[in-house]
Design a protein around this ligand. Structure first.
Ligand code: DGY
Length: 321
């Protein structure tokens, strides 16, 4: 019997990450990458001291209550932790960690892809080519919104927001941001801070959502907020679907109030609001912000660093509860 801590790993992880897991822990892996139901997870976690999950597993208060008392740490393979009830974990004495920093570049790449793809109608254009329905070229064909030189408002100027800003500046965009607090000048890097979201919205020809999904931000992009954006604005979301009121966004896209939306994250993934699929002015991706080989390795190693620290009796670097 090994004296290494037992770790339940809920999804298939990159090979190098699993190799380190196997060498340092008694790892219960998921080679088939099955999505465990709540009951399966509870069954598999018996006897484990730690869990290494993704955002695909929900640790609500009921789930946390059902976890065996042996479970001491949930070391997430994600920066977002809205799938975990942090207060319930804390009450039960379970440490929760995440994986910040390492996915900022990859997620910012997808944000720029969404920004360009939505503005320049990439989804619509690709469908025309793929379905052999591209018939002609004319000056009025597939005319989109130019990105260069426009104003971009960023809601949530954390690490990903800052990386989005840096890349958007290469398109000559003027960067505005709303954040809980103003950044230091070196991090702000010329971006214009708005303490009130309402002050920024009328300026945003483009709006990028980069804030975490918390009780304060849930459903933040609602009809009232959208109405304050300029007509023809483009919205992109690489944060979480939960920060968007789907009916309001779909309504604004259908009415033409908004020119387009680029979305990588949704409420109720993967069974998203069908309204998004029915619209031509949406550019939709399946939550792939962090999906590069380098980033997925780095996320796994970061989660392992947190586990290593915990089991060595140190404070994990990325503790969120
Ligand atoms: C994250 O890390 O939060 C990504 O969205 C994947 O879960």
């Amino acid at each position: 019997m090994s004296d290494k801590p037992v770790i339940l790993v809920t999804r298939k992880l990159p090979d190098a990450v699993e190799a380190r897991l196997k060498s340092d822990y008694e790892a219960r892996l998921n080679p088939d990458d099955a999505l465990y139901s709540k009951d399966e997870l509870i069954e598999r976690v018996q006897g484990a001291q730690g869990i290494l999950p993704c955002h695909t597993e929900k640790f609500d208060s009921d789930m946390i209550a059902q976890l065996p008392n042996d479970v001491k740490i949930i070391a997430n393979f994600s920066v977002g932790v809205d799938h975990c009830d942090l207060a319930a974990a804390k009450d039960k004495g379970i440490v929760v960690t995440n994986t910040p920093d390492v996915l900022s570049d990859a997620t910012a790449e997808i944000a720029i892809l969404l920004l360009l793809g939505a503005a320049r109608r990439a989804g619509e254009g690709e469908t025309l080519v793929r379905t052999r329905t591209w018939k002609d070229w004319s000056p009025s064909f597939m005319v989109g919104v130019q990105v260069t030189g426009k104003r971009l408002g960023i809601v949530g100027m954390g690490r990903v927001g800052q990386m989005v800003a840096r890349r958007a500046k290469c398109f000559g965009m003027e960067i505005h941001y709303h954040n809980r607090s103003r950044l230091a000048p070196d991090l702000e890097d010329g971006a214009i801070y708005h303490n009130n979201l309402e002050d920024m919205l009328p300026l945003c020809q483009f709006l990028s959502l980069n804030c975490p999904n918390t009780p304060e931000t849930a459903g933040m992009l609602n009809a009232g907020v959208i109405s304050q954006l300029p007509d023809g604005a483009v919205v992109i979301n690489t944060a979480r679907g939960g920060v968007v009121d789907d009916d309001a966004l779909i309504g604004a896209l259908a009415s033409g109030k908004l020119a387009a939306a680029g979305l990588d994250v949704f409420n109720n993934e993967p069974d998203i609001h069908t309204g998004y699929r029915d619209l031509k002015n949406t550019f939709l991706l399946p939550h792939i912000g962090s999906a590069t080989a380098e980033t997925r390795d780095a996320m796994g190693f970061r989660a392992l660093d947190n586990l290593d620290a915990y089991f060595a009796g140190r404070e994990p670097g990325d503790r969120v509860a």
